[in-house]
Design a binder for this molecule. Structure first.
Ligand code: LMR
Length: 396
């Protein structure tokens, strides 16, 4: 049976992990996978996470099944973090949340849920979007199409084209929006643009699916949730997929959440029963450890403050790296304008170089980035920015 298979290519993002690890170049630079790194290139465990883990270790008394919903406390705290406790959708008891195996698990649950809502729904994603979005939704049998988003020439949003494309989408379909820190472009909607998109969503009646994988990495936990909160307060139906991989540094714990909002509490209950059925059919129930860590942090004023402080350190470092790279490129005489990098948000930006130049950076200088020239800004540091800027200058 297996001999009918043909090999799949390596994943465009995760494949870089292996290549980078095997590279023996002493100055190799990893701008590939979206993980936070500190100045020494290490991805640390947050102090608040260590404390929460210790607390759980001391107090946990059972490993019995948790059920498809996951932890009720985690689900409540995550939806309050995303939507805010005073969101009209929460106050009207319209939000239902399940814990999921990472943000990717949340997306897969959402995909199967959408398929059950309407087998013919088309999912519209931004052009470009996270490399795994298309494969993930197609694997659930959903047709994926794109709407215009990023202008590679002007390094800005194609906002008018985006609006005009969304104006042709009807209420059978789903539109995937990035809450903040757009992956891969780093180009976010500003609050006024969110307002327009939310109004358009309400008029057209399509269902918004918001992917929030980087809450707190853009401008702050509340600022980054502007679109999510206003959308939830405005539309009848909505899906939110969130991840704790980046903002809690819980990459390998695989913990995220999928929330759905129905038009009223009764409709949400029906939808939730379907969501739970979907979960049961995919992985039965979510892993508990990551959720336990997050609920311990969010449930304690002291640990929550420590987490917000640690998140601010990560965010500030990334923003500092943006300016550091742009200044270094200028300093060594690169005339091409890279200022757009400082205006973008979150973990990523496109460098805007050609695939040939990306390959050359990897083969000749051991500088790793995704083929599209997406760079993970967290991989830059004072120790490698000089080498990185000079390598970029050489291939330009
Ligand atoms: C990324 O985009 O690099 C991250 O979200 C990691 C992944 O799973 O692709």
């Amino acid at each position: 049976m297996f001999n009918k298979l043909t090999a799949m290519p390596a994943d465009p993002i995760l494949g870089l992990l292996t290549k980078y690890r095997e590279d023996t170049h002493s100055q190799k630079v990893d701008l590939g996978v979206g993980v936070y790194k500190d100045e020494s290139g290490h991805t640390p465990i947050l102090t608040c996470v260590k404390k929460a883990e210790q607390y759980r270790l001391d107090t946990e008394s059972t490993k019995v099944y948790i059920g498809p919903t996951g932890s009720a406390d985690f689900n409540r705290l995550m939806s309050e973090l995303a939507f805010s406790a005073d969101n009209p959708a929460i106050l009207a008891n319209r939000v239902r949340t399940v814990s999921t195996p990472g943000g990717t698990g949340a997306l897969r649950v959402a995909a199967d849920f959408i398929k059950r809502c309407n087998p013919n729904s088309v999912l519209w994603v931004s052009d470009p979007t996270w490399a795994n979005h298309t494969g993930l939704f197609e694997a659930a049998g959903i047709t994926v199409k794109t709407y215009p988003y990023y202008d590679y020439d002007t390094k800005s949003l194609k906002f008018e084209e985006m609006k005009s494309a969304l104006s042709n989408i009807g209420n059978d379909d789903v539109v995937l929006l990035h809450a903040c820190c757009h992956n891969p472009s780093g180009m976010d909607l500003n609050p006024q643009q969110w307002d327009e998109i939310i109004e358009l969503t309400a008029v057209q009646g399509f269902t918004p699916l918001i992917d929030m994988a980087y809450q707190g990495f853009g401008d702050g936990v509340d600022e980054d949730a502007y679109g999510v909160r206003k959308m939830a307060a405005t539309v009848n139906n909505m899906i939110l997929c969130s991840s704790c991989s980046k903002n809690f540094g819980l990459y390998r714990e695989r913990i995220g959440a999928c929330s759905i909002i129905g038009k009223d509490a009764a409709a949400s209950d029906v939808a939730f029963s379907v969501l739970l059925y979907v979960v049961r059919c995919i992985y039965s129930m979510p892993p508990a450890h990551g959720a336990a860590i997050v609920e311990t942090i969010l449930g304690s004023n002291e640990l929550k403050q420590e987490w917000l402080d640690e998140l601010t350190v990560m965010r500030d470092r990334i923003n500092g790296n943006r300016a550091m790279l742009v200044n270094k490129l200028k300093e060594i005489g690169v005339t091409r304008n890279f200022n757009f990098i400082t205006e973008q948000k979150g973990m990523f930006s496109f460098l805007g170089i050609t695939p040939v130049q990306v390959t050359q950076l990897q083969s000749d200088y051991s500088v790793y980035m995704v083929d599209s020239s997406r760079i993970s800004i967290a991989g830059i540091g004072t120790g490698n920015v000089d080498y990185l800027a000079k390598s970029i200058a050489k291939v330009l």
